[in-house]
Design a protein around this ligand. Sequence first.
Ligand code: CMP
Length: 138
Amino acid sequence: MRLRRDAKIERIANVPLFSRCSKRELAQIGRLADEMELPAGTVAVREGAYGQEFFVLESGTVEVSKQGKVVATLGPGDFFGEIALLHNAPRTATVTAKTPVEALVVSHRDFSSLLATSPQIQSKILQALAERLAPASI
Ligand code: CMP
């Protein structure tokens, strides 16, 4: 049991979003986040739907598309699903697994605790949010 928890915390520590976290913070994230496997082709998040989860990719690749057009490909260490949770709005894009994916998943309720865990996590998530919401022409 303990070995499995240690392995999970090690995987969390390898995610850049959590790279500045202390052991205590990593243990807290380990309690908040579930690990999930998504087969290739799974739609994790659908544009226009209301969603309740934030995802951090541990392995595999996903494609982000808006109105049928691919706008980004995300890989290990990347995250998605933050916009609807911060904004309380429908999902801004569809995210589809292009390969089998392993991800950490945090529920809406635990997302605020995750943000409160460290200012570095907050700032990385807010930076991505700003980039993703900015018009492409800027
Ligand atoms: P959310 O709107 O909750 O669900 C879809 C997610 O796709 C969104 O959060 C972001 O995490 C992600 N996303 C949206 N637009 C982009 C983009 N231009 N580049 C990368 N990821 C994006």
